[in-house]
Write a protein that binds this ligand. Structure first.
Ligand SMILES: C[S@@+](CC[C@H](N)C(=O)[O-])C[C@H]1O[C@@H](n2cnc3c(N)ncnc32)[C@H](O)[C@@H]1O
Length: 191
């Protein structure tokens, strides 16, 4: 089978952006901690001077993420929060450089616990308010699971109406692939 080298998965493509956009000392938010892979990846990039807030509603997400961070001695530059990302304003009152959402369900977890459009959109709106000028929100949208297509649809309804004077919104999707490949959305707050 032939293999792509660059346009492989949305998560890898997202990393190409993250490497360019996220810097040492940045304040970043992982809105969907899950098993902590994105949290760990970002905690490394922001360095000692940076800080990362990470949210999930499932205790098991916090447990496995804490374990990963402890192993690499990165826990002190993070705050793991057992609460919905829609409540972000209860925990963060400073401006942020970057926020990431990886929507859907926790891999190897309960597939019935999924992100929901209403709370996802509320968190995105609050994140957009907290962003520094030229800060970025990145959103990987999965539509293959039950409820996923609905969430994607609701998100596009909201995102296509975002004021272009204040934000640029970019959508990337594999338009020649079967089986509902995920989309990647990037939002930049204009400076
Ligand atoms: C696809 S997983 C995230 C994967 C994660 N980024 C990683 O690196 O492993 C989606 C996560 O969102 C969480 N979630 C669902 N609703 C949420 C909410 N309202 N606030 C925060 N997290 C939520 C789920 O519990 C699940 O762990």
């Amino acid at each position: 089978m032939l293999r792509a080298k660059y346009l492989t998965k949305i998560t890898d493509i997202n990393k190409m952006y993250i490497e360019k956009l996220v810097k040492k000392g940045d304040i970043v938010v992982d809105a969907t901690m899950g098993n902590g892979y994105d949290t760990l990846y970002l905690a490394k990039i922001i360095g000692e001077e940076g800080f990362l807030y990470s949210f999930d509603i499932q205790k098991e997400a916090l447990i496995s993420t804490k374990e990963k961070l402890e192993k690499e001695n990165l826990l002190s530059r993070t705050k793991l929060i057992l609460d919905g990302h829609e409540n972000i304003d209860r925990y963060i009152d400073k401006q942020i450089d970057f926020m990431i959402f990886n929507l859907g369900y926790l891999p190897k977890g309960d597939h019935n616990i999924i992100t929901k459009p209403h709370t996802t959109i509320e968190a995105i709106k609050k994140g957009m308010n907290l962003l520094k000028p030229n800060g970025i929100i990145s959103i990987a949208i999965y539509s293959g699971h039950e409820g996923g297509a609905y969430e994607k649809n609701e998100l596009y309804k909201f995102l296509t109406k975002v004021n272009q004077e204040q934000f640029n919104v970019l959508s990337s999707s594999f338009i020649n692939q079967i089986n509902n490949p995920p989309d990647l959305i990037l939002i930049e707050k204009k400076g």
